[in-house]
Design a protein around this ligand. Structure first.
Ligand code: NAD
Ligand code: MG
Length: 326
C-alpha cells in the first residue's frame, strides 16, 4: 500500500466510522491500545455497495483492505522456510504472504490470471523484504495444474516447507434452486478438491517439520442460508484438517487451519455477498465491524510456526467475538 493509498483508506474509515482515534495514539499502548497499529481506524458499516466481476481485485475496493503492507513486523519466526500460498494475491492470502516474507520465508503465490495486478503488488512486497518471490498463475479447478503448481513452487523455491490452502470460491445464491450443477462443481473443485490435490502433491515432497495450513471459516459451524455450497466446503476443510493432522503426525508434518469470521476482501464484492450484506458487512460480529486481512496474518504465522511444534489439528480463530466453528 502506498502512502496515498493509506491516506485514502484512513479517510474512508473516518467517513464510515464517524470518529477515528489516531493510529499513532493506538501504537503508544495504554487502555486504548489496538491489536494492530491501525485497528482503531478500521472501517465499520455501512460500507459503500460495490460490485466487481469475479474474482475481483483488492486494488479496486473502497475502502482498500489493509493487508499489513505498512504495519506487519516480523521477527524471524519462519526464517529460511519455503511457502506456497494459494490466493496469495489478495485478502487473507496476501496478508499471509506479506507476513511470511517478513518472518523470513521465501514465498510462491498462486492466483487467477485476471488477478495479475494484485499479484504484482504482492510480489514486489515480498521482494522488498529480500525474500524470493515466485508468481504462478493458474486455475486450481484443474488437477493437472494443482500438481504442476506444487512441483513448480518446490523447484523455484528450492523446497517446500509450508503449503497454505487459502483460495476459495464464494457466490451467493438465494435458494438451492439457484445453485446450478456448474456452481456446485466449481465451488467443490476450488474449495475441496484443490486442497486435496495440493495436499497430496505436497506431502509427497514434504519432510519432518513441514506444515499445511488450511483456511476454514466460522461458516463451518454456523452456515448462512445463502452460501450453502460454500459453507459446506469450509466444514469439509475443517474435518480434512483434523484427519490429515492425525495421519501425518508420525511423519512430523503438522496440519492446522485458520477460521476467519467476516473479513473485508474481494471475495465479498465479486459475488460473495448481496448488496445488503455488503452494506452491513461485519455488523453482526460483537466488534460491529469486519476484520481487515492484516488482523489475521499472525494466525497464519502461528499455524506454521515451528516453535508451536505440539500444535497440529488445531483451528486458529479470528471472528471478532463470535467464537470458534469447532
Ligand atoms: P480473496 O478473494 O482475496 O481470496 C480468494 C482467492 O481465491 C482469490 O484471490 C483467487 O486468487 C483465489 N481463487 C478463487 N478461485 C480460484 C481458482 N479457480 N483458481 C485459483 N485461484 C482461485 O478473498 P478472501 O476472503 O481473502 O479469501 C481467502 C480465504 O478466506 C478463503 O478460503 C475464504 O473461504 C476464507 N474466508 C474468508 C472470509 C471473509 O469474510 N472474507 C471469511 C471466512 C473465510
Ligand atoms: Mg484475489
Amino acid at each position: 500500500m502506498t502512502d496515498t493509498d493509506r491516506r485514502t483508506f484512513v479517510t474512508g474509515a473516518a467517513l464510515a466510522a464517524g470518529a477515528v482515534a489516531a493510529p499513532a495514539a493506538a501504537m503508544q499502548g495504554g487502555a486504548k491500545a489496538a491489536t494492530t497499529p491501525a485497528a482503531a481506524a478500521y472501517s465499520k458499516p455501512p460500507f459503500p455497495v460495490q460490485r466487481q466481476p469475479w474474482p475481483g481485485l483488492a486494488s479496486k475496493m473502497t475502502p482498500r483492505p489493509d493487508h499489513g503492507e505498512t504495519s506487519y513486523k516480523g521477527s524471524g519466526k519462519l526464517a529460511g522456510k519455503k511457502a506456497l500460498i494459494t490466493g496469495g494475491d489478495s485478502g487473507i492470502g496476501r496478508a499471509a504472504a506479506i507476513a511470511y516474507a517478513r518472518e523470513g520465508a521465501d514465498v510462491a503465490i498462486n492466483y487467477l490470471p485476471a488477478e495479475e495486478p494484485d499479484a504484482r503488488e504482492v510480489i514486489a512486497l515480498i521482494r522488498a523484504e529480500g525474500r524470493r518471490a515466485v508468481a504462478i498463475p493458474g486455475d486450481l479447478r484443474d488437477e493437472g495444474f494443482c500438481r504442476k503448481l506444487v512441483e513448480q513452487a518446490a523447484t523455484q523455491l528450492g523446497g517446500l516447507d509450508i503449503l497454505v490452502n487459502n483460495a476459495a470460491r464464494q457466490q451467493t445464491r438465494p435458494g438451492i434452486a439457484d445453485i446450478s450443477a456448474q456452481d456446485f462443481d466449481d465451488t467443490m473443485k476450488t474449495n475441496v478438491y484443490a486442497p486435496f490435490w495440493l495436499t497430496k502433491a505436497a506431502v509427497a515432497r514434504m519432510g519432518a517439520g513441514a506444515v499445511i495450513v488450511n483456511t476454514s471459516s466460522e461458516q463451518a459451524g454456523d452456515p448462512s442460508p445463502d452460501i450453502v455450497d460454500y459453507a459446506l466446503t469450509r466444514a469439509a476443510v475443517l474435518n480434512f484438517t483434523k484427519s490429515m493432522a492425525k495421519q501425518l503426525a508420525s511423519r512430523g508434518i503438522r496440519v492446522n487451519a485458520v477460521a476467519p469470521g467476516p473479513f473485508w476482501t474481494p471475495l465479498q464484492v465479486s459475488g460473495g455477498a448481496t448488496p445488503d450484506k455488503q452494506r452491513s458487512f461485519g455488523q453482526s460480529s460483537p466488534m460491529g465491524r469486519p476484520g481487515q486481512p492484516a488482523e489475521i496474518a499472525a494466525l497464519y504465522v502461528a499455524a506454521a510456526d515451528p516453535s508451536l511444534s505440539y500444535s497440529t489439528g488445531q483451528i486458529f480463530g479470528s471472528t471478532g467475538g463470535n467464537g470458534q466453528p469447532a
